[in-house]
Design a protein around this ligand. Structure first.
Ligand SMILES: C[S@@+](CC[C@H](N)C(=O)[O-])C[C@H]1O[C@@H](n2cnc3c(N)ncnc32)[C@H](O)[C@@H]1O
Length: 283
């Protein structure tokens, strides 16, 4: 155990190693053998959240499994802010569409924080692993007990027929997305603790056949989807997570998409004072 702890200190520094070791010991399966295994995995570079298998996300305790993206604290921050900004109720319920849903963290948080019977959400993801994880997270969270519904759906946001498969169907009152937004050249320089464990499709902002390389391809697709007739309910709210230097470009994409009538847009900062969300309302 001592040698492994020393190796962990070398890998991530004394303070982090002490903190993470304490979490590992507290984790529910932490017998001695398991602890050794956890230390070996962490020394090899695996993210702690995959080793522990769960992650707090606001009041939720979400399952985490490679290769589905580990929900980030900046996403948790704006999802809580969004929940506080809107006030659906049983008599004024909302339909939510979460694009690129991953673990389902965003709609599950909204379903949890909003009043019972106020929220009917669907989350779309191309990855079967992500959809399975989102379904497992739905089963273990109390959304149904609260009479709010979240259904994860496997689908491609580029598919022109996607809208016909959604339940609830359009129009949507709230559209959220944390799409892949990292340009390919930046992806190459990410640490192996990210690249070796998280799905590249969850990170790289331009799919292989995309006509741009700026990391913004998903926002163009999302804007075109939202501009389709009948997708947005009157005064619908849109919240899109963006890379720290992408907010103004995403505002321009939304602004210049034909058929997408939006009011003034806001840029929300994350807790580290970086631009993180483009927030808009349908005019
Ligand atoms: C940055 S992750 C966000 C996951 C989750 N919403 C979160 O905030 O943690 C982006 C997600 O988009 C999904 N994705 C990638 N390409 C997609 C596509 N064409 N259609 C739908 N989902 C896609 C990935 O599988 C991944 O789960």
């Amino acid at each position: 155990m001592k040698t492994r702890l020393a190796k962990l200190v070398l890998a991530i520094g004394r303070e982090c190693a002490q903190r993470e070791f304490a979490w590992m010991k507290r984790s529910q399966h932490a017998g001695d053998l398991n602890l050794l295994d956890m230390l070996d995995r962490r020394i090899a570079g695996e993210p702690l959240q995959y080793i522990l298998g769960t992650l707090p996300f606001g009041p939720l305790d979400l399952l985490t499994r490679s290769p589905t993206l580990i929900p980030r604290p900046e996403t948790e921050d704006w999802a809580i802010r969004l929940a506080r900004t809107l006030a659906p109720s049983m008599t004024s319920p909302v339909r939510v569409l979460d694009l690129c849903t991953g673990s389902g963290c965003i709609p599950l948080l909204l379903c949890h924080l909003w009043p019972p019977a106020s929220t009917h959400a669907v989350g779309v993801d191309i990855s079967p692993d992500a959809v399975r994880l989102a379904a497992d997270n739905t089963s273990r969270s109390s959304t149904h007990g609260r009479q709010n519904i979240f259904t994860p759906l496997q689908g491609d946001i580029h598919d022109p027929d996607l809208l016909h498969r959604l339940d609830p169907p359009p129009p949507f009152d709230v559209i959220t997305a944390n799409p892949p937004y990292i340009p390919l050249h930046v992806y190459h320089s990410l640490p192996s603790s990210v690249k070796d464990y998280e799905d590249p499709r969850a990170l790289i902002g331009d799919p292989p056949n995309a006509s741009h390389t700026d990391g913004l391809s998903f926002y163009r697709t999302i804007a075109a989807l939202l501009a389709r007739k009948g997708v947005l309910a009157p005064h619908a709210t849109i919240a899109l997570e963006v890379g720290h230097d992408q907010a103004h470009a995403v505002v321009q994409i939304l602004r210049h998409t034909p058929g997408l009538p939006l009011g003034p847009m806001e840029i929300w900062k994350d807790p580290w004072d970086k631009d993180r969300v483009v927030f808009a309302r349908a005019a």
